[in-house]
Each structure stands twice: as structure tokens, then as C-alpha cells.
Design a protein around this ligand. Structure first.
Ligand code: G
Ligand code: G
Ligand code: MN
Length: 439
């Protein structure tokens, strides 16, 4: 800890960059990595308002002491603004070390500061960047950490790491988003359908709709690229309205000839938290005269658990429309069993990462067995995705899994190919009029 309180004083930009630059040169010479944190005490404003400016100053002095105590002497700590600090973590191996440091700060901040005999908790947001991976000099590194901080603040998160704009085939997110704006009108979007099998009845019981985008300039853009962009720009609402309408229009045809057939649509986290979602789904159901119980909404585990209490309310409203809910990618998030018990879900969908190798990997198989038991104990149905071979299908059947989906049964296909698949498949389908379908 510095003996001289002046070290806690706010420093000029040139002196900050100068000192940071010297440290980074050393890091470069020693061929090591360094992490830069920019930490903002976001609760200073509240402390000033509630306790007065003088106590706010006192609070920040104590915070300076605190932050110097958290880190060993070797780490460089500079006060870069009234409520901001830059902290250089030297000689680290990777991002995980930065994360450990962040967790240490956050953990130690669970103890309050004592200001005029009152307990005051410090709330911080932290931006993090890695040298030399993210930036090659002090100024760039500071900009990266600052950018990450801005992201953390805007998303009301404790911390955020700098990440470069993801680039797809040389196109930036902004360019992709601009193209996406025109995608619906230019008929560039389509849905593929991947069939699901009921393992007990050995019957085709439905299909999951998966969005595809073929752009005139970029070619085929995978959903893993464009869905997150659409979520961050708000375009996801238009995409969802489009996909629900296409899916329900198709379902109208399929559900009327195949009894028990259910159509599954993916709902992204951003949509789950949109206040218009219930009305939007209601009108799409009405438009295509689809009974709610013909539809499964797949919502990822991480989306539901982001704000479980809010999700609970939305999901309850959705089930009141008769819709079935499935928790997608189950096993990859952090489900609270307490919430799982109250959520009105009908199904858990085991993530494919556990299914793909379950016949070779005992741990995976154990996880799959445990999830199936968990689901059944909660009276939920359970489906496995990523079934790529017959052995896996048989293993799932013997573990009591209710449904299966995967390349072994069929890849995602167009609507006409799904019709053809159903005609020629080894799996039966429950038809309302056998004369129509299984000729
Ligand atoms: O085949 P696949 O590449 O379709 O899907 C990749 C990811 O994109 C999956 O996680 C899937 O859930 C998601 N995805 C596919 N289609 C849609 C869609 O219509 N809406 C949303 N929100 N996600 C989708
Ligand atoms: O996250 P979600 O479950 O919605 O995503 C489904 C994804 O899984 C899609 O990308 C789909 O193409 C993919 N998928 C479906 N079946 C299989 C399979 O058998 N193997 C693999 N590797 N991926 C699959
Ligand atoms: Mn899904």
C-alpha cells in the first residue's frame, strides 16, 4: 500500500499513459501478458446524494485504500477519474486470471464501508482488456478496457471483457444488421424443419423450426451469427414475428392431417423479456387458427435463468394460451432447481453436447441419465437433441428418454422434404385420415 496519500490523487492522462506504457514495455520484453481493468464506482453518485459530497469524498478515499489492499504491491493501480481506477494485472497467463481478480474485488466488496457510522456498500462496474491480445500499446489498451466498461455499465453488469466486433466473412456486425433489415422483404429468410421422434410410440411427433438466411452478398449466414446481432439491435422482434407466422401457417397444414404433431419454435432471450411477446404470439395463433397446444416454444435455459422471477411471469402467461414450453440446451446453464419446480414447463431438452458422445463418454451418459431422472421426478417430458447414430437412439430409449431429434433421424429439411420424409420414413405418423398420408 502506498505510504503517500498523493498516490491516491487523480492523475493526468499523459502521466497515466506514460506509466502504463512503461509497464507494458516490460511485459513485452518478458514475453508475458497483462490485464487492464478499468473500474468505476457506480454508487458514488448515490452516496453523494444520500450522505452529502464530503462523505462521498471520504467514501472514495476509503475505496482507494480498499483497492490497494485487494491487490499486491506489484500491480499498478492508478486513479484515473473521480470514481474510476485503472488496475494493471502483471504477468498473467490468460483471461481466467483477470476473472479471478475481478471476483476477488467483487467478493471483498460484499463487506460494507463505514461512513459516519452508516454501512455503505460500494457498487462497481469493471471493464477488462488483455495485453497484447486486445491491444498493442497503452492508449489502445485503455480504450479497450474503457469500451468494455461502457458495455458493462449499459448492461448493468458487474464486469465485461473487451471483445472485438465479430466479423463474418469480412462483414462487420453493422453491415450484417443493415442486410438483415432487408432480409424479410427480399424473401431471403426461410425455415427448415427437423423432425422429432416419440421413442415410446416410435412415431414422428413434431418438428423444430430452424431459421436460415441466404443473403445475396454474403451467401448463407448461420443463425449463430445473425441471431445474436438481431438480439442486440432489436431486429429479433421482426424476425420472431416472421418465423412464428411462417411456422404457424405450416403447422395449420401439418397439424390438421397428423394428430399429435407439434411444431417447435425457438424464442430468444431478448424476446422473452419483451413486453409485447404475449400479444404477438396470441395474434399469430389467431391469424392461423392454431390451437396453443400444437406449439412448443423452446427457450434456452440461460434465458430463463437470467431473471427467473420475470421469466416465471411471462412463461405462466404463455402457458395460459395453451402453449407448451421446453427448456432448450438444458444442462449448459445454471438452473435453480427451486425455480425449475415452479416454472410451468412441459419439457427439458438435453443439450447436444452431452448426447453427441454419450456412448463413448461415461460422464456424458451419467449426465444424460441424471437429467432424464430429474425431468421425470418433476413430471416433465424429456427430449434429446444431437442424436447422430442408432446406438445413441437405443441407449436413450433404454434410459427412458421420451423423445429424440438429430441427424440420425433427419437433418433440418425444407417443408416439402419433410412431407417426403414422412411418406417414406421408417417411423410412423399418427394420421387423422390414413388414406391421405401413408399411401
Ligand atoms: O442449425 P442451427 O444452426 O439452426 O441453429 C443454431 C442456433 O440458432 C441454435 O441455438 C438455434 O436454437 C438458433 N436458432 C435457429 N433458428 C432460430 C430462430 O428462429 N429463432 C431463434 N431465436 N433462434 C434460432
Ligand atoms: O440450440 P438449439 O437446440 O435450438 O439448436 C439446434 C441445433 O442443433 C441446430 O443448429 C441444428 O442444426 C443442430 N443439430 C440438430 N441435430 C443435430 C445432430 O444430430 N448433430 C449435430 N451436431 N447438430 C445437430
Ligand atoms: Mn432449439
Amino acid at each position: 500500500m502506498p505510504e503517500n496519500r498523493n498516490e491516491y490523487a487523480i492523475r493526468s492522462r499523459s502521466s497515466i499513459l506514460d506509466q502504463l506504457g512503461k509497464e507494458l514495455l516490460l511485459s513485452k520484453d518478458n514475453n508475458t501478458s497483462s490485464g487492464l481493468l478499468v473500474l468505476r464506482v457506480v454508487s458514488l453518485h448515490d452516496v453523494n446524494i444520500i450522505h452529502g459530497y464530503e462523505n462521498g469524498d471520504d467514501f472514495m478515499s476509503r475505496f482507494s485504500l480498499f483497492i490497494h489492499e485487494v491487490f499486491p504491491k506489484a500491480d499498478l493501480i492508478i486513479r484515473i477519474g473521480n470514481n474510476e481506477f485503472a488496475i494493471l494485472l502483471k504477468d498473467i497467463l490468460n483471461k481466467n486470471h483477470i476473472l479471478l481478480a475481478i471476483n476477488k474485488i467483487l467478493r471483498d466488496l460484499s463487506n460494507p464501508f463505514l461512513i459516519k457510522n452508516e454501512q455503505v456498500y460500494a457498487k462497481v462496474s469493471i471493464g477488462a482488456a488483455l495485453f497484447p491480445d486486445d491491444a498493442r500499446d497503452a492508449e489502445q489498451l485503455l480504450i479497450c478496457a474503457d469500451t468494455a466498461l461502457a458495455k458493462a455499465v449499459s448492461e448493468v453488469k458487474d464486469y465485461s471483457f473487451f471483445s472485438t466486433q465479430s466479423i463474418f466473412k469480412g462483414y462487420s456486425n453493422v453491415e450484417i444488421s443493415k442486410e438483415l433489415d432487408k432480409a424479410i422483404d427480399k424473401f431471403e429468410l426461410s425455415l427448415l424443419y427437423q423432425p422429432k421422434i416419440d421413442l415410446q410410440k416410435n412415431e414422428i411427433c413434431g418438428a423444430e423450426c430452424l431459421m436460415r438466411w441466404t443473403n445475396s452478398m454474403m451467401g448463407s449466414v448461420p443463425p449463430d451469427v445473425f441471431i445474436p446481432i438481431a438480439e442486440s439491435t432489436g431486429q429479433i422482434m421482426d424476425l420472431t414475428v416472421w418465423s412464428l407466422n411462417v411456422a404457424f401457417k405450416q403447422a395449420q397444414q401439418w397439424c390438421s392431417k397428423w394428430s399429435g404433431f407439434q411444431i417447435a419454435v425457438n424464442l430468444s432471450a431478448a424476446i422473452l423479456y419483451d413486453p409485447n411477446i404475449i400479444q404477438m404470439i396470441k395474434s399469430a395463433l389467431n391469424m392461423w387458427s392454431i390451437e396453443g397446444d400444437k406449439v412448443i416454444l423452446e427457450v434456452t435455459e440461460s434465458a430463463v435463468m437470467l431473471e427467473p422471477e420475470h421469466s416465471l411471469e411471462v412463461l405462466k402467461n404463455l402457458t395460459e394460451l395453451g402453449l407448451h414450453l421446453s427448456i432448450d440446451d438444458f444442462g449448459t446453464g445454471y438452473s435453480s432447481l427451486a425455480y425449475l419446480k415452479c416454472l410451468p414447463v412441459a419439457e427439458l431438452k438435453i443439450d447436444k453436447s452431452f448426447i453427441l458422445d454419450m456412448n463413448k463418454n461415461e460422464d456424458d451418459k451419467m449426465i444424460v441419465r441424471t437429467i432424464i431422472e430429474l425431468a421425470h421426478n418433476f413430471k416433465l417430458s424429456v427430449i434429446a437433441e444431437g442424436v447422430e447414430n442408432r446406438e445413441t437412439m437405443i441407449a436413450l430409449e433404454s434410459l427412458g428418454c421420451d423423445k429424440a431429434q438429430g441427424y440420425y433421424i433427419s437433418r433440418p429439411v425444407t417443408d416439402s422434404d419433410l412431407n417426403e420424409f414422412i411418406q417414406s420414413s421408417e417411423w410412423k405418423i399418427n394420421t387423422n385420415d390414413p388414406a391421405i398420408d401413408q399411401s
